[in-house]
Design a protein around this ligand. Sequence first.
Ligand SMILES: NC(=O)c1ccc[n+]([C@@H]2O[C@H](COP(=O)([O-])OP(=O)(O)OC[C@H]3O[C@@H](n4cnc5c(N)ncnc54)[C@H](OP(=O)(O)O)[C@@H]3O)[C@@H](O)[C@H]2O)c1
Length: 243
Amino acid sequence: MRRILLLGGASEIGLAIVAECLRDGAADVVLAGRASSPHRADAELAVRRAGARGVEWIDFDAAEPASHPQVIAQVFTRPVDIVIVAFGLLGDAGTWRDHAEAVRVAQTNYTGALSVGVLLGQAMRAQGHGQVVALSSVAGERVRRSNPVYGSSKAGMDGFYLQLGVLLEGSGVRVLVVRPGAVRGRMTAGRRVPLSTTPERVARATVAAMRRGRRMIRVPALFGPIMGVYRHLPASVAKRLAF
Ligand SMILES: NC(=O)c1ccc[n+]([C@@H]2O[C@H](COP(=O)([O-])OP(=O)(O)OC[C@H]3O[C@@H](n4cnc5c(N)ncnc54)[C@H](OP(=O)(O)O)[C@@H]3O)[C@@H](O)[C@H]2O)c1
């Protein structure tokens, strides 16, 4: 029986990816999220409805890296076929002025993702197979003034997971970095963002990319040419843009 681990156990995008994976056949699913998550019951129900055989919730706080070795060891007492790193905090345009909030976003999105990534790399290499999916963002490709704390944290985690994939070549473990644009859901509630997509579309693109052995995708794919231009805009032009 396949096993799937979702770190950020109530993430809407993460749950959509789990559901898409379950279309390929049953699996046991481990949801790892905060003990305080108000979305836990809904997440467990969604995964059951999507066809999971067994569903287990384990307490996991991305901002507490000292606890991560024990969490990962607990899950890897049996092999894990797919791990989705989906936790994250968006912050907002004012986060750069708020020391405590900026550090919390960075510790979750970057230090937390790096911490589990290091442990997953070792655990999955030891078992000799598996797929890691890391949810990054196009916001990390060129950090924008509208949310530099979030963007820089995603740039850091994205770079780490791309290289983790390179370092694990030949081990049987693959790493896919997924860079969505804005995705309609809780994280972006109340914001209207052009080219926004849905968790289900991100999930379909992710599973298709896993099958093809891709290392990085953007969703929607149109962000490929857009970022190709935006990344190279002179700073004097980029700073005049509204986002
Ligand atoms: N939504 C977008 O527009 C978008 C676009 C690009 C990339 N992404 C990235 O995609 C990933 C998933 O986003 P989403 O849309 O699925 O957001 P979401 O539904 O808000 O899910 C994020 C999850 O992260 C969890 N989380 C936050 N801090 C945590 C911590 N310290 N420890 C453990 N879990 C923690 C939250 O837990 P609680 O349930 O306890 O709140 C929540 O379940 C994130 O990494 C996000 O940055 C999202």
